[in-house]
Design a protein around this ligand. Structure first.
Ligand SMILES: Nc1nc2c(ncn2[C@@H]2O[C@H](COP(=O)(O)OP(=O)(O)OP(=O)(O)O)[C@@H](O)[C@H]2O)c(=O)[nH]1
Ligand SMILES: [Mg+2]
Length: 305
């Protein structure tokens, strides 16, 4: 099966390469890049981005309750995944890489941060985080979500530290996310909202809205303790949402993201449609590989708990 994948991959990338006269170094780069699936966590400072990644991956990223920003640089958390294929007796390797980012304080420079990721990484999903009572420029977030969903990047709108602040502050974040989702995440697929419990799960074709509590929450004054919430659910939704279209989108995103592809984006789009019979074969194979990896990954995470 691996040979088949290589053969088909070769056909696709060479067809694309020939049409665009890209050299083999670039083509090899493209093939290599399909190995990693990136997830980027972004949002304002001090809202629990690092804590969320710790909860998802079991990593130990620095986080603390302070006024000053804690995460100063982009930090990658890499989780290798592999699966053994009985038929070919081959182990396939892929990696999932989560990028923790410094909180966005200057929304004017926001584009620079996004540009960093558009440059040379294969990003399959953005995890856009807001917590009750935090400050963010919703127009910028909307703009980002639009670009991402056009490029088939899966958009997760996450209400972090869900028990923080008062009910109005929680609802304000939810409303901001709903507005973004309605404008760019296409059809709603399911909705579960319990405002009293602040429990929100809404899924769309191109993303989701979910509220999470990454670590036990204590409110001393009211003697309230809340358990970790919706982390497992979030992981399951995000991995089961990586469907055929998204992997096909990954191809286009890879091409779109690279500078040399960038300049001929409309051309590339046409070519992708032309080579679609090949692409869809590759997509089937990658899906086969990808889904097992994601399943292993989810199983591992569930086991770790
Ligand atoms: N109980 C609870 N506390 C949280 C949660 N999320 C954030 N906090 C609190 O907020 C603090 C900051 O969390 P971080 O993960 O460092 O926040 P950040 O968004 O990464 O912050 P910067 O890196 O400075 O941008 C944590 O140390 C917790 O005290 C949550 O889900 N539950
Ligand atoms: Mg942080």
């Amino acid at each position: 099966m691996k040979n088949d994948i290589n053969k088909i991959e070769n056909e696709v990338v060479h067809t694309v390469a020939q049409e665009n006269s890209y050299n083999t170094v670039e083509v090899d780069y493209l093939k290599q890049e399909i190995q990693d699936y990136g997830f980027v966590v972004i949002g304002p400072p001090r809202i629990g981005k690092s804590l969320l990644l710790n909860a998802v991956t079991g990593a130990d990223l620095e986080n603390k309750a302070s006024i000053d920003s804690v995460t100063q640089d982009v930090t990658a958390v890499r989780r290798d995944a592999s699966f053994y294929d009985e038929k070919t007796k081959t182990t396939y390797k892929r990696a999932v890489v989560f990028y923790d980012t410094p909180g966005i304080e200057h929304w004017g420079k926001f584009e620079d941060q996004i540009e960093f990721f558009a440059a040379d990484k294969i990003i399959i999903s953005y995890m856009i985080c807001l917590a009750p009572g935090c400050f963010a420029e919703s127009a910028k977030l909307l703009q980002l979500a639009k670009i991402l969903s056009e490029q088939h990047v899966y958009v997760q709108l996450i209400i972090t530290d869900m028990y923080r602040g008062n009910r109005q502050q929680f609802t304000a974040v939810l409303d901001a996310f709903k507005d973004i989702a309605l404008k760019c995440l296409w059809n709603k697929k399911s909705e579960e909202i319990d405002l009293k419990e602040r429990d929100v799960k809404i899924t769309f074709d191109k993303g989701m809205i979910i509220s999470v509590n990454s670590m036990e929450f204590e409110h001393e004054a009211f003697d309230i303790v809340k358990e970790q919430k919706n982390i497992q659910e979030m992981i399951e939704i995000m991995f089961t949402s990586i469907d055929k279209n998204k992997i096909a989108g990954l191809f286009t995103a890879i091409m779109n993201n690279r500078n040399f592809f960038k300049k001929a984006w409309h051309k590339v789009q046409g070519i992708v449609t032309e080579v679609m019979p090949f692409v869809s074969k590759v997509v089937d194979q990658i899906m086969y590989t990808g889904l097992r990896i994601f399943k292993n990954f989810v199983d591992d995470l569930i086991e770790q708990k």
